[in-house]
Each structure stands twice: as structure tokens, then as C-alpha cells.
Design a protein around this ligand. Sequence first.
Ligand code: AMP
Ligand code: MG
Length: 214
Amino acid sequence: MKTQVKPVSPEAIAEAAQLIRSGELVGMPTETVYGLGANALDETAVKKIFEAKGRPGDNPLIVHVSSLSEIPPLVREIPENAKKLMEAFWPGPMTLILPKSDRIPSAVSAGLDTVGIRLPASDAARALIAASGCPIAAPSANRSGRPSPTTAQHVFEDMDGRIPLIIDGGACKVGLESTVVDMTGDVPRILRPGGITAEMIAKVAGAVEIDSAV
Ligand code: AMP
Ligand code: MG
């Protein structure tokens, strides 16, 4: 497979969206790091992500949406404190873990009963999701064990020959992974530190816990 790299343009976004709809993978810019995107509702497409990355199947993927209205079908409930955090920090570098609905294939959640959801700040990422007409599951676009890519060139180095298209949106603004916050308990719990700090979350939600694994 020949891997093309195209700068962000309406034509490139349309081509990438067509690939996503047809079950292919696309390297996509976000404000955190570059993602390796697939239709989150297509189990066969999602499995290609694990193959291309060499990622163990027990490591769940984050599902990206382009607007709040796309979330209700993907989850069983949105707790009040999750709504507050969404309002405060989205679009942006924060992933919320919520109870998943049946629409999310178990390959995405690695068999868990929950799913990580994020509304990215990157205009190119949101444009691609909206044009695809489906949520996009996207881990960092590196081969497993390699650093997360913050430029399209980094993605090309890891994914050349493995995916058809990389959208080049320039260097990532944040350059650091999203903060992962588990919203399934009474108090938000940080599972992975990132751009949004514990203090920022506590200010909005009233309290925060930090997982012992952090
Ligand atoms: P990556 O996309 O490579 O940055 O990896 C996504 C990370 O988000 C995973 O390695 C987990 O740490 C976290 N994550 C995603 N979904 C879940 C979930 N349902 N429960 C707990 N953690 C999750
Ligand atoms: Mg990663």
C-alpha cells in the first residue's frame, strides 16, 4: 500500500472521510498528538488499528466526536459532573470514561463495559469526523512502543505502507496526550495525566481522585 500525505484542505478531508466510511485507516491531526483513525462503529475497521500499530488488544481506544449531540447513542448515561467537565474543557485535551452502549464494538473498549470519549479542539479533526458521519476511534498514530507522533512526518515514519492516507495539519498545538478521567464513580478519577490538570478538574467538579496507577 502506498501512503499519501496531504495537507489539510476540503478535498483532502473529503477523501479521508470517504476512506473512513469505507473501513480504512487515516492518519489525522488533533491538538494532542496525531491519531490513527477508523470508523468507531465498524469492528473490522477498528481491528485494523490494532494491526497497523502492533497494539495489544487489551488496550482500549478513545472515540472522537465532532459535537456533543453525537455522544448519547454511544453511552448509557452522562452523569451531571461529566456534563460540567464537558462544558468547561471541551473541545479540548480531556477524555471522559463513560458506560458504553451496545453501538460501541468490544474491540474499541478492549472488552470493558466503558468507553473513552473526546471532543477534540483541532478544527481539522472535527471537520474529518463530521464529514465521515461517524465517531472516529483513534489512538496515537505510532507503532506500539514508539513515541506519540506530533507531526505528519513522524506518522509517515511509523505508518508508511500500512495506511492509505495521512492528513498533514502541521505540528500538534498541545503535543501531549489527553487527560483521561473516569466518570463512572461518584468522584472523577484521573487515569492518565495530560493537558487538563487535577486542579482544573477539581475546580469544576468539586473533587477529583488520582488513580494509584498514575
Ligand atoms: P492512546 O489513544 O494510545 O493515547 O491510548 C488511549 C488510552 O486511554 C488507553 O491506553 C487507556 O489508558 C485510556 N482509555 C481508553 N479507553 C478507556 C476505558 N474505557 N477505560 C479506561 N481507560 C481507557
Ligand atoms: Mg498511545
